[in-house]
Design a protein around this ligand. Sequence first.
Ligand SMILES: [Zn+2]
Length: 323
Amino acid sequence: MLLASGCLPPTAGTARVRSRRAIKQTYTVPRVSIEVGPEAMSFRSPHFLLQFEDEIVTVRDFETLDGRESRGRGALLYFESQYEFLTQVLGVEPLGPIRVVVAPRVRVGSEGRASEHDAYAQTHFQRLNGGVAVSTTLYFGIQAFSSPGVRAHEMFHAFAGPYGLPPWLDEGLAVLVEAELIGGAGWAKTNKDLTPIGQDPEGYNLIQTWRQAGSSLPFRDIATYSYAYSIVSALREQNGDQFFPDFFRLLRQEIARRGLHSYTDEEIVALMSAAAGRDLLPFFRDVLRFRLDAERVRAYLEELRGQAHQEVAPRIPMSGLRP
Ligand SMILES: [Zn+2]
């Protein structure tokens, strides 16, 4: 089974505005060993496997072995530093190995032309010994690969792909990482607003339908990404820097208990209330105008409170991926 996620807004990474309340940047360039494959076409670090497609040798700066080696090493150091940021500051851990594939151009979905500016993440689920093994592949066109904003955004998708987050949360957090890790996504920071992006005939927020069949919100649109970021940014400001790490820890416990599946907005609101230690239903229902079944939120919150702490979901080792 394949799940494609993680597209970028079309004009991502154009402006830079400093946030006065950025997540404290605790990451450093890590000391990691990097294994270089034949002809410097593949690289392995503790958490990632990086592969250049054959045609990469036609791209300037990638023609020579030295050029490929320095760019491959540099990229893996960057990704390892982001690993620290995502696991320690945001609290999201990958549930399986991550492979990064770089080509001169990639095509997102089945439509449109392959572009050097595009990138996307694809999560693979495979039944294995009664459980499900997860792995993610990140595909980068060469220009996207050289953009720190795109790298940061897509790597979040690679980590979060298996968690089953609704699009407003998945994309909002990807923009948050882009904004806070590298100080990018100024286009989102300058447009923070919690007013519903649009309302259905009953007055509910259209953001809940984003990327569902029949949604009137475009699949890729800068305003929608900005709005999704406004929501997650407000949640973090109102509930503190420990909020998302606690949320992802609870989510991993639920994945261990119930298996991988897509979470409903009711379940997300209950998990977030448990992470925040307060009822977030009024924020989602009254401020954001989300359509929510309050009884379901409360019932799932009760269920969560009854759970003992459990181990996180099992992972499969890096050796499970072959170059
Ligand atoms: Zn995205």
